[in-house]
Design a protein around this ligand. Structure first.
Ligand code: PHE
Length: 516
């Protein structure tokens, strides 16, 4: 493709962007709750095992493949072997679907940011309805999230209308994404100078606010209190691996795309370690901020921490606003800081997903990169509309579950399997080591072949057995919705990946290398 590939301004621009992609909403709302739910302090064991045996090895693999082969996920994998290309496309398509709803969550956060100024969630009631009754578990904050922001319908069959405040938030989100990536990694390298440190500073402020509140210690105790029995549960291990991949942004083609804009001989292994450790350290730290504030809330309301810690999205959009309202002073300021932090955390993860797709399409189909970016942003905005209808939350929940369990796990498994078992991984290792400060050595191929591949395979089989015995949502969703939003979308993406991989590049790494 000639020698004109765009380049990062510097190594630090690349590393910051990789860290920005990894550190996202997942570190603040997902990690603490998943840890709490899966054995508390004991969860850290499977989490670090997952990091060392699969997270970091796959990070090295993605960064290595992208940089050495100088292409987005499909192009790079096609250069390894043409028959691997579909895995790259599947990664990109899964990433695209995730972006569609990830940006919707940012649109929610934007709405919350505006309402932070008046703490509107603390006293909003639906017109003509009975005021929220905390004794019956109906809270103002829950009602605000479900009925004011989302207007959640009674099931996925009722889509209803598109919400006006959310469509404005979604449009602004996509516009910001476009601005951040309009000149590819050149603009990305500048934007991350703000979006990576900013949430960090905000998190540190929230951490100190949190741990100095009464009851904070009970929250932290609940967060870290180990339940070693959890280690016997395979679901806990599956949760740890899932969280590691989602959090590191590995299995989406993002790291392949970002690394493809580095000169061929730059460091790989050290960068992979820096990115992974910075990400997991942030998650661990965020847990203290989140749980100290939940501990405070439990303390004020005279409840157990277990009763106030709600899962996933509820944590960021219901529990946290509730806790903030209870603060004696400066509640508005803390609210603004919190939602600003969510936005700053999310934006660089969101645009990294779009960058991965834009790199893939422009490399493979040879379309102008700026045009590709514009088209992708418009498609992303339109596709997101379904999630801001009244029934949107149901679809978001179903699709999120499938894309994680069946999207990124499958990509990660095939990356490990194909490179580890159907390719000369020693050859790739030598190339990686030639340019790296720290060497991947024998450890890396061993982990990919003998640890990551079988463990990922077992988790996929396990997820399948689990899903067939307990369909997702505990009966909350009709079967057809799971079939369409879950298996249906996954199947369509797989077919599209194979179709997309039928044309294009057919150079093999071996040929390229043989020429040397
Ligand atoms: N890693 C991001 C998070 O923790 C999510 C993400 C996944 C971003 C995949 C980009 C790619 O929130």
């Amino acid at each position: 493709m000639g020698g004109k590939r765009e380049r990062w301004d510097s190594r630090s621009a690349f590393v910051l962007a990789a860290i920005g992609s990894a550190i996202g909403l997942g570190n603040v709302w997902r990690f603490p709750y998943i840890a709490y739910d899966n054995g508390g302090g004991a969860f850290l064991i499977p989490y670090f095992v997952a990091l060392l045996t699969a997270g970091i090895p796959l990070m090295i693999l993605e960064m290595g493949v992208g940089q050495i082969l100088q292409g987005g996920a499909p192009t790079a994998l096609a250069k390894v072997k043409k028959s691997f290309e579909w895995v790259g496309w599947y990664a990109i398509l899964v990433a695209a679907v995730i972006t569609f709803y990830y940006c919707v969550i940012m649109a929610w956060a934007m709405n919350y940011l505006i309402h932070s100024l008046t703490l509107k969630w603390s006293n909003w009631t639906p017109e003509g309805a009975i005021p929220a009754n905390p004794a019956e578990g109906i809270t103002y904050e829950g009602a605000f999230f479900n009925d004011f922001i989302l207007r959640v319908s009674d099931g996925p069959q009722h889509l209803g209308n598109i919400s006006t405040p959310l469509i404005i938030g979604l449009a602004i989100t996509w516009f910001l994404i476009y601005l951040s990536i309009r000149k590819g990694v050149l603009t990305v390298g500048k934007v991350v100078l703000v979006t990576v440190p900013l949430p960090f500073v905000l998190l540190i402020i929230l951490f100190f606010r949190g741990i100095t509140l009464p009851g904070a210690i009970d929250g932290i105790e609940a967060y870290l209190h180990p339940d070693f029995n959890a280690l016997k549960d395979i679901n806990v291990w599956a949760a740890a691996f899932g969280q590691i991949f989602f959090s590191l942004s590995v299995g989406f083609g993002v790291m392949i795309a970002y690394a493809s804009f580095r000169p061929k001989n730059s460091d790989i292994v050290n960068n992979a370690f820096i990115t992974s450790l910075a990400n997991c350290g942030t998650s661990f730290f965020a847990g203290f901020a989140v749980f100290s504030i939940l501990g405070y809330m439990a303390n004020v309301q005279g409840k157990e921490v277990a009763e106030v810690a709600s899962s996933g999205l509820g944590l960021a959009f219901v529990a946290f606003p509730t806790a903030i309202t209870l603060l004696p002073v400066g509640a508005q300021i803390v609210a603004v800081l919190f939602f600003l932090m969510l936005l700053a955390l999310g934006i660089d993860s969101a645009f990294s997903l779009v960058e991965a797709a834009s790199t893939a399409f422009s490399d493979e189909l040879k379309i102008n990169r700026h045009l590709t970016t514009v088209i992708l942003c418009v498609i992303g905005f339109i596709a997101g509309l379904v999630f801001i209808t009244d029934g949107g939350l149901h679809w978001l929940d179903i699709i999120d579950n499938w894309m994680n369990a069946w999207g990124l796990m499958v990509v990660a498994f095939f990356e490990a399997l194909l490179i580890g078992w159907f390719f000369n991984i020693g050859h790739l290792r030598d190339k990686i080591d030639q340019c790296s400060e720290i060497k991947a050595g024998k450890w890396w191929p061993f982990m990919i072949k003998w640890v990551a591949t079988p463990i990922l395979g077992i988790i996929i089989v396990w997820n399948y057995i689990n899903e067939s015995q307990h369909p997702y949502g505990n009966g909350a969703y009709p079967e057809w919705a799971l079939q369409q939003g879950g298996w249906g979308i996954m199947f369509v993406l797989l077919v599209l990946s194979f179709l997309l991989s039928t044309g294009g590049t057919s150079e093999f790494i071996s040929k390229e290398e043989a020429a040397k």
